[in-house]
Design a protein around this ligand. Structure first.
Ligand code: ADP
Ligand code: MG
Length: 459
């Protein structure tokens, strides 16, 4: 049942939901609210726009005593925009007559008004990890009375390098509390985060129904000697921004990357011979769209959250039909179709047959000769990655880098992509056209009050 009335919510809350036009629960609400209202810790995963905010807010409001003037709930969000959205949803969901007060605390705003608002007291605080930490360090925010902690868009917070800030904030929360973690994806980091900070969490996932039309599978028959070249024919014809190419062996990965690089593509390899640092660096560059093709073995790609790609290429046919499904499932975005191309030699037709049989699919074949490359416009990734030698150890935060680039160097925020910060390095994605300027500028300006060494990563 997805009727809100099946939940243990008071009549006035149900009436308010009706007024808001929330006629029934969305799937993630139906899956998470019974558990959350029963006081369980939760890991909830569902795509953007699925109603996650109301899912955690209804639970948080149920734990709240409006007559107690203390911060009882904290919601950590990756950005100010998202924090503002959450605060707005609080205002809609909380009953006006209860005078529930919510406060947004984000970086980029001056401290003084935030300090004044905190003096007046709030029941719910919504903010970004860095600024919340600032307030905790100043003593302007106290969490002794906290009973609900929410990590919203946890995957994005990790992407943005907030792991340590989050850990420090959680360290200041009472141990007796309910923790709700919401995320659109479930990368490795989330598993570690929840293992460290959630208590016997229940996991709820609302899977994307992958309709067959969302992934278009095409098979191409190749001779062994044209296999690697066929990959660049596909890239030049379909021009996907991000492609994950699977090979059956490390050697094949190396060979393919060499061929692609020689032809001017930005391609990187991911396999078991890379150490953790190299691996992280490769994944950062691929995720921030400064590498067109990631060439990987199945083992290296296992457990990675690389999904929503424009294209997957099966450079070799896998002997395992289940592996084929995993590979192909990496493509297909929520809002767009994805391509899955498979290259098969005559020797591999037996494997193709097994895949067809296991998946109940009839493969569609197309000749390589049908591919018509767009000449004169080599496929380039939209972004470039700049590495700043300095990271969490130097207390660099995303806001410091963004500030240096926009305020000091005058770049538009729209030209700047993902910022990843690990212990010793910061990786900033910038539009390819301004990469040289940014590099030169960063070399001369200061980040977090000090000059930094920078370099351009070219795949
Ligand atoms: P998410 O956090 O999963 O990306 P949001 O919480 O921002 O999604 O919700 C997306 C939109 O759906 C919002 O405009 C919200 O008001 C609306 N919404 C949430 N729950 C319901 C519901 N049960 N019925 C109708 N609309 C809803
Ligand atoms: Mg959300």
């Amino acid at each position: 049942m997805s009727d809100f009335a099946t939940l243990p919510l008071p009549p006035h809350t149900l009436a308010n939901l009706q007024r808001l036009g929330y006629a029934s629960m969305t799937p993630i609400q139906a899956a998470s609210l019974p558990l959350a209202l029963a006081g369980k810790d939760l890991i909830a995963q569902a795509k953007t726009g699925s109603g996650k905010t109301a899912a955690f807010l209804l639970a948080l409001l149920a734990n709240l005593n409006p007559r107690r003037f203390a911060v009882q709930a904290l919601v950590l969000c990756p950005t100010r925009e998202l924090a503002d959205q959450v605060t707005q949803e609080v205002r809609r969901l909380a009953r006006a007559e209860d005078h529930v007060k919510a406060l947004t605390l984000c970086g980029g705003s001056t401290m003084r008004p935030q300090l004044a608002s905190l003096e007046h007291g709030a029941h719910i605080v919504v903010g970004t990890p860095g600024r919340i930490l600032d307030h905790l360090e100043r003593g302007s925010l106290k969490l002794d009375a906290l009973n609900t902690l929410v990590l919203d868009e946890a995957d994005r917070m990790l992407d943005m390098g907030f792991h340590d800030d989050i850990a420090t904030v959680i360290g200041q929360c009472p141990k007796q509390r309910q923790t709700l973690l919401f995320s659109a994806t479930y990368p490795e980091g989330i598993a570690r985060l929840s293992a460290a900070f959630l208590r016997d969490p229940q996991t709820v996932t609302v899977a994307e129904p992958h309709s067959p039309t969302q992934i278009r599978q095409l098979f191409f028959e190749v001779r062994e000697e044209e296999r690697l070249h066929a990959v660049s024919l596909l890239l030049d014809h379909y021009r996907p921004v991000s492609t994950l190419a699977f090979c059956n062996t490390k050697q094949q990965c190396r060979d393919l990357v060499q061929v692609l690089k020689a032809q001017g593509y930005v391609a990187l390899e991911l396999h078991g011979d890379l150490d953790q640092r190299e691996r992280d660096q490769v994944l950062v560059q691929f995720a921030n769209r400064s590498c067109s093709v990631l060439v990987a073995t199945d083992i290296a790609a296992r457990g990675l959250d690389i999904t929503g790609l424009e294209a997957v290429i099966n450079v070799d046919v896998t002997p395992e039909p289940a592996t084929h499904t995993h590979r192909v499932g990496r493509t297909g975005r929520v809002d767009a179709e994805g391509w899955a191309f498979s290259l098969a030699s005559l020797d591999e037709m037996g494997r193709v047959g097994q895949i067809e049989h296991a998946l109940g699919l009839t493969s569609a074949w197309q000749p390589l000769a049908s591919l018509t490359p767009v000449r004169g416009q080599p496929l380039r990734p939209p972004m470039c990655t700049i590495q700043i030698l300095g990271g969490r150890k130097e207390k660099i935060r995303p806001g410091d880098v963004l500030g240096a680039l926009t305020k000091d160097l005058g770049h538009a925020a729209a030209q700047i992509g993902k910022i990843n910060i690990n212990e010793f390095s910061t990786y900033v994605a910038v539009e390819r056209s301004v990469a040289r300027d940014v590099l030169a500028g960063l070399g001369k300006t200061k980040v977090k009050g000090r000059t930094v060494k920078v370099r351009l990563l070219e795949g």
